[in-house]
Design a protein around this ligand. Structure first.
Ligand code: HSE
Length: 303
C-alpha cells in the first residue's frame, strides 16, 4: 500500500506575528509518497528516503537528519509500527526559501503516515509530530509553518507548551517573490533580539490583534497595513535581502501589504488586483527571480 500527499508551502510570521502567524499557500508544494516495503533484511534502518527536485541534493537522506525522516521515525516508535517504509519526497519548494520548505515535508509525512497506518490523529497531534522535524531544520521546534501546512488557511500558534493552534479559513490572493539569496533559518533566528523594549512589544501585540480583527471583518486592506509594521524581527532581517527596502518603498501604494515570508528571502505581498503587473515587474527588475501569484490554500491533503 502507498499514500501520496500534496503538502504546500506556507508563509510564517506575516510581520508582527513572529513564530505565531502562518498562512497556507496553494503553490509551490512538495509531494510526499510513503510506501510499505518488504525488504526486512534485519537491519535497524527501517526507513529509507529518496528525494528529487531543486537543490534537494543539499538535504540529507539520513533518517535522523532528514526532517521528514525524524517525524516518520518518531511516529513509528510511538505507534509500535514494525513495517519497513520508503519515503519519496518531490521537492517543489526550494529549501531555505522562507516558504516553509522543510515544514511542508514534515507536515506531508505526518499526514501520509496517519493515512497509511490509519492512526486517526487530530490535526493538532499531526502538527505536534511535524514540528519535531522542524526542530532539526531550524534549531527550534517553531510551529508557525507546520500549523498552516496541516490546518490550511490562516493559523495562530497561541501557545507552545502545550502546543495550541487556532485556525481561521480565509480567502485572498498573494504575490510571492523568491529572490535567489540563501538565508538559513538558523542564522536568521540568531538575528532576532533576545530582549526588546516594551514599546515594541506593545506595537507588535497591537498590530497582530489588528490583523486578526481585520481577517474577521474581511478587511484585507487593514490586514496588509498592520502586516507591514513589525517593530522587532523584520528590521533585523531586512538588510539580508538586497533590494527589499527599495521594493517596499516602490510598491507601497500598489499592494495592501508586503513583508518577509518566514525567515526570508521570500517576500510575500497582498497585491491590489489592478496593480499586479506593476508589482511583478518591480519584483522581476529587482531580483530576476521566480514569482508565485497564488492564494491561500487548504493545507496538506492525500492525493
Ligand atoms: N517563525 C520562523 C522564523 C519561521 O521567522 O524564524 C521560519 O521560516
Amino acid at each position: 500500500k502507498m499514500v501520496k500527499v500534496c503538502s504546500p508551502g506556507t508563509s510564517a510570521n506575516l510581520g508582527p506575528g513572529y513564530d505565531v502567524f502562518g498562512l497556507a499557500l496553494y503553490e509551490p508544494y512538495d509531494t510526499i509518497t510513503v510506501m510499505k516495503t518488504d525488504d526486512s533484511n534485519d537491519n535497524d534502518n527501517k526507513i529509507t528516503i529518496t528525494m528529487e527536485g531543486e537543490k534537494c541534493e543539499e538535504i540529507p537522506t539520513d533518517v535522523d537528519k532528514n526532517t521528514a525522516g525524524v517525524v516518520a521515525k518518531k511516529m513509528m516508535e510511538d505507534f509500535d509500527i514494525s513495517d519497513n517504509i520508503h519515503i519519496h519526497i518531490e521537492k517543489g519548494i526550494k529549501p531555505g526559501s522562507g516558504l516553509g520548505s522543510s515544514s511542508a515535508s514534515c507536515a506531508g509525512i505526518a499526514v501520509a503516515m496517519n493515512e497509511l497506518f490509519d492512526l486517526k490523529l487530530s490535526k493538532l497531534e499531526l502538527t505536534q509530530y511535524a514540528s519535531l522535524g522542524e526542530a532539526v531544520a531550524a534549531g527550534a521546534p517553531h510551529a508557525d509553518n507546520v500549523a498552516p501546512a496541516i490546518f490550511g488557511g490562516f493559523t495562530m500558534v497561541v501557545g507552545y507548551e502545550p502546543l495550541e493552534i487556532l485556525h481561521t479559513p480565509v480567502e485572498f490572493e498573494v504575490l510571492v517573490a523568491l529572490p535567489n539569496i540563501q538565508i538559513p533559518t538558523k542564522e536568521a533566528r540568531e538575528l532576532v533580539p533576545k530582549n526588546i523594549p516594551i514599546k515594541d512589544m506593545v506595537n507588535n501585540v497591537g498590530k497582530a490583534c489588528g490583523m486578526v480583527y481585520a481577517l474577521h471583518t474581511n478587511n484585507i486592506e487593514l490586514f496588509g497595513k498592520y502586516m507591514m509594521h513589525d517593530a522587532v524581527v523584520e528590521p533585523c532581517r531586512a538588510p539580508l535581502i538586497e533590494g527589499y527596502s527599495e521594493v517596499k518603498e516602490k510598491v507601497k501604494d500598489l499592494v495592501y501589504g508586503i513583508t518577509i515570508s518566514g525567515s526570508g528571502p521570500a517576500i510575500i505581498s497582498l497585491p491590489k488586483k489592478e496593480h499586479i503587473l506593476e508589482v511583478k515587474k518591480i519584483f522581476k527588475e529587482t531580483w530576476n527571480c521566480p514569482i508565485y501569484y497564488t492564494k491561500v490554500g487548504p493545507g496538506a491533503y492525500v492525493l
